[in-house]
Design a binder for this molecule. Sequence first.
Ligand SMILES: [Zn+2]
Length: 204
Amino acid sequence: MAEVMLPNAALRTLLLAVEEVMGDKGTSAMLNAAGLQRFVGNYPPDNMNDEVPISDYAAVVKAIEDFYGPRGAKAFMLRIGRASFDYTIQEQPAILGLAGVALKLLPMNLKVKTTLGSFAKGMTDTLHEPCHLDDAGDAWLIIKDECGTCHGRTTDKPMCHTTTGALQQALKWASGQDFDVVETDCRAAGASTCTWRIGKEPRG
Ligand SMILES: [Zn+2]
């Protein structure tokens, strides 16, 4: 089976977010340490052409994790995920299905539902990572059948913190509020999907 290819902008926005959090020297050191020299000062172009192998995207995520070590990585990955959402909204909002989505006049619950639904559609249509939104009654579920963050990985607990951060920031962007976002299942940890549980009400 041919490898899933992600748009150039997906890896570009991740690397820009890494640079914001780690600085350009830190980013180069991290890429060098992981044998990913080919990306140093050489980010994919800002376009939606599907030219990034999903394994390259996953290799960059693993490189960040390895650089910080297992205990330090999560907080940084969440920050990188939040920053990557901001770059995505600025540069290529279509990646997350959020180009031209009108939220302003919607009530809070519809802002959240519309944002998560758009996020799932963008993941599916643009990132080629099948994703859907489910209503679990007291929470929303974002469910991914393929995941560039943990592609090819094996871990003992959920590890897709950059996506968790991106979801947190998407809801903050949409509503001005903070929501609880927890990855409950992860393909790297043996589940068939990567699944996030998202509170329906803002964090009190
Ligand atoms: Zn994952």
